[in-house]
Design a protein around this ligand. Structure first.
Ligand code: HEM
Ligand code: CA
Length: 457
């Protein structure tokens, strides 16, 4: 643990932001303000600042100019300079302690920046051998070339198309293979033991992306478990509106296949789905809903085999909240043959609805969370990002992994609003959340249209 002390008279902003934070970016986990006075155990004074994630809250009122300056500096820095270190959620606290000589408070204050390095190897930025990139940890350097390769050759130059959708599905099907019946979680077993796992009923169609990813794993020095989660995070970054997912490196290779029946089926009950997620990784119902945001960039090839590529929402190339709107609308039609296992009626021609999504949208344990994502892009992003980190490290101790999130690109933003599809309105909502009304949304203009299938590539 390093400690850096400096007084308020210095230019704190430049010290913080340029010198200290750029070197230790992503490694600062706590920040405290103490008085320099000796004496009895310092107790926090009422003015106390807590900074959580990207938002800063000031509780109480600051009594001195100095506090205000520190506050401003910290707020400025915290947005860009402080981020998660192996934790789902970053939390930093500034504790302001009383001095022995209260009148001299302003001048006696010093700022103690405690820099905790979670991993011995995690230090200053290193220059990578490629001569282009720098990384907080040399282990991340190899990922830049892998990223560029899969963007070009797996994701067709950075699209949010079929391979991205399939790669995201694969992150789930590999990771969820853990729990009371066995399995190693996100360990690449789906690829290493593909002859076994891709034959499980719930993995129907996963063999396609397994076969597409294999050559990249063979070519690069990366385990299958790391590659699956890395490709998922890179792929999602191609989808407008997606959060920038985190990526931690360090999954050893699977030594055994996951047992069958770890992956939920669309015809499973809500009880069984929630129980499976709880068993696999202690996921709460809210986290299950968050993970299902993935179905905003998704289509089914095998639920109704007669209509491959049929999407779950009207915008399968955008990570928007349309999925949560459209699953709440009354089902009126089958896009194809109907009568398929795990399928229920959808509200739109060309759109398919899973029975599981339909029931999760209407169950009292999940309906309000489901509805809360409607037109709340930020909430959906944050919840999905946090739940995806948890999913992506199932079976592993994050403290033994290296945070290489810096290699994941920032996804394009989505600035639109959620809408009712043309021809539909609030009247078509099947209200399921008992406590909050469905948000007011505009309807797309014109007559009802049909959703186009996701093209195969
Ligand atoms: C209750 C849990 C879930 C069930 C029952 C479920 C079921 C399904 C089914 C049946 C399909 C269609 C597969 C096909 O016919 O091609 C699908 C697609 C997909 N699922 Fe899920 N899923 C669940 C959770 C998740 C989670 C947690 C993720 C990711 C974090 C995910 C990501 C995807 C993606 C991206 C696709 C689209 C694949 C493509 O377009 O090729 N799903 N899911
Ligand atoms: Ca969408």
């Amino acid at each position: 643990m390093d400690r850096v002390y400096f007084g308020l008279d210095m230019s704190l902003r430049s010290l913080f932001c340029s010198s200290i934070l750029s070197q230790y970016r992503s490694t600062i986990v706590s920040l405290r303000i103490h008085s320099q006075g000796r004496g009895p155990q310092p107790r926090p004074l009422e003015p106390r600042l807590r900074v959580r994630g990207n938002s800063s809250h000031f509780i109480g009122s600051l009594s001195t100019q100095a506090f205000r300056r520190v506050l401003t500096i910290f707020q400025n820095c915290s947005k860009t300079c402080i981020n998660a270190q192996g934790k789902t959620f970053q939390s930093s606290t500034l504790d302001i302690f009383p001095t022995m000589a209260f009148k001299a408070l302003a001048t006696l204050l010093s700022v103690v920046v405690t820099i905790q390095v979670a991993n011995a190897a995690l230090t200053r930025r290193v220059a990578c051998a490629d001569g282009v990139n720098t990384a907080t940890n040399a282990a991340c350097c190899a990922l830049f070339a892998i990223r560029d390769d899969i963007q070009e050759n797996l994701f067709d130059g950075g699209e949010c198309g079929e391979e991205v959708h399939e790669s995201l599905r694969l992150t789930f099907h590999d990771a969820i293979g853990i729990g009371s019946t066995g399995g190693g979680g996100a360990d690449g077993s789906m690829i290493i033991f593909d002859e076994i796992e891709t034959n499980f009923h719930a993995n129907n169609g996963v063999d396609e992306i397994v076969d597409a990813q294999k050559p990249f794993i063979a070519k690069h020095n990366i385990t299958a478990g790391d590659f699956i989660q890395f490709a998922g995070a890179i792929g999602v970054s191609n989808c407008p509106g997606a959060p920038r997912l985190e990526f931690f490196l360090g999954r050893p290779s699977a030594i055994a296949p996951a047992p069958d029946l770890t992956v939920p089926e669309p015809f499973d009950t809500v009880d069984s789905i929630l129980a499976r997620f709880a068993d696999a990784g202690n996921f709460s119902p809210a986290e299950v809903v968050a993970l299902l945001s993935s179905h905003t960039i998704a289509a089914a090839d095998h639920v109704d085999e007669s209509i491959p590529g049929t999407p779950f929402d009207s915008t399968p190339e955008t990570f928007d909240t349309q999925f949560f709107v459209e699953t709440q609308l009354r089902g009126t039609l089958f896009p194809g043959t109907g009568g398929n296992q795990g399928e229920v009626e959808s509200p739109l021609r060309g759109e398919i609805r899973l029975q599981s999504d339909s029931e999760l949208a209407r169950d009292s344990r999940t309906a309000c969370e489901w509805q809360s994502f409607v037109n709340n892009q930020a909430k959906m992003q944050n919840a999905f990002k946090a739940a995806m980190l948890k999913l992506s490290i199932l079976g592993h101790d994050i403290n033994n992994m290296v945070d290489c999130s810096e290699v994941i690109p920032e996804p394009p933003t989505f600035t639109g609003s959620a809408t009712f599809p043309a021809g539909l309105s609030h009247n078509d909502v099947e209200q399921a959340c008992a406590t909050t009304p469905f948000p007011t949304l505009a309807s797309d203009p014109g007559p009802a249209t049909s959703v186009a299938p996701v093209p195969p590539s």
